[in-house]
Design a protein around this ligand. Structure first.
Ligand code: GLN
Length: 291
């Protein structure tokens, strides 16, 4: 079935899309996400509708979206305008990194650690390079006693993050500037520094998927010094924004655990640095209590 026709049922529309996507070496599960989006139904309703006919207007929008994704690699999240993170819907666009599930694990880690250490005490958290705001906003909503600051160098990213905070009802203080610089400028002392900074080495650019390389902002992906430049800058500035026993937690590329630990140890020789793995058993978080 190479063409869609007016009377197609949902499962037939999906079959058409899967074949089209396969031909272009794209993931076929994209079809379900997009069709559900245009039908504007919940996931469970979607699966009860497989034998129903899809209206011509939905078919048309869906077909166009499938073709755009298949032929150009434009991410589904840029087509629909959102991605889910920690169970909430965040607006995304070409100015921010599309949030990744690995980052949900970083957020989970911080939530569990802060609650464990300090269930009721107020805590000040700073998210560096907030992008769409997913980390800062989720922490602000999940941790009732947290005061959350978020920085980004990109005004356009901050606009997106502010929009997300407003639509989700989160209170986050957004500051424009390079990594920790605005935090230093405002003399904020943080109990937790959290960041998913750019960490891809320039040399790895050719191996990235076109959906990533062409559509995620360069600023959000790449760092000099073999991917370590952002950690170097952030860690060098830590002493100006933390106090003894504050914590830092960074998302890392799966081969960067040792290098980032070493950077922390250089400034905080007595701190206990931990490297944690993600659900795929890859090193993904470096964290430390800064003593
Ligand atoms: N903090 C945002 C996220 O984790 C953006 C990260 C980035 O742009 N490197 O999705």
């Amino acid at each position: 079935m190479n063409k869609m026709d007016e009377s197609m049922k949902q499962y037939e529309v999906l079959e058409w899309a899967s074949l089209f996507l396969e031909k272009h070496n794209r993931e076929t599960k994209v079809a379900e996400v997009l069709l559900q989006h245009y039908l504007d139904v919940s996931r469970s309703t979607f699966f009860t509708m497989m034998r129903e006919r899809v209206s011509a207007s939905v078919q048309q929008q869906f077909e166009e979206a499938i073709k755009t994704h298949a032929e150009t690699g434009k991410p589904v999240q840029h087509i629909t305008g959102y991605e889910y993170f920690y169970g909430r819907k965040f607006h995304v666009n070409e100015n921010v990194l599309i949030p990744r599930p690995e980052t949900e694990e970083l957020v989970q880690f911080v939530i569990e650690s802060t609650l464990q250490n300090n269930p009721d005490q107020p805590v000040t958290i700073v998210d560096i390079g907030t992008g769409s705001g997913v980390i800062a906003i989720t922490l602000a909503l999940e941790l009732k006693n947290a005061t959350v600051y978020a920085t980004d160098i990109s005004e356009k990213a901050l606009d997106t993050a502010k929009n997300n905070a407003a639509s989700l009802g989160a209170s986050v203080h957004f500051l424009q500037g390079d990594f920790l610089k605005p935090v230093i400028k405002h003399r904020i002392t943080a109990d937790w520094i959290v960041s998913n900074p750019p960490y891809i080495a320039r040399a790895d650019e050719p191996s990235l998927a076109d959906t990533v390389k062409t559509f995620d902002p360069e600023l959000a992906l790449f760092a000099e010094e073999n991917g370590l430049a952002a950690y170097q800058q952030i860690i060098a500035d830590l002493p100006d924004v933390v106090k003894p026993y504050s914590h830092a937690a960074f998302e890392i590329g799966f081969e960067q655990g040792e290098s980032v630990s070493t950077l922390l140890k250089k400034i905080y020789p007595n701190s206990r640095v931990t490297i944690s793995q993600d659900i795929n058993k890859k090193d993904r978080i470096v964290s430390a209590e800064l003593v």
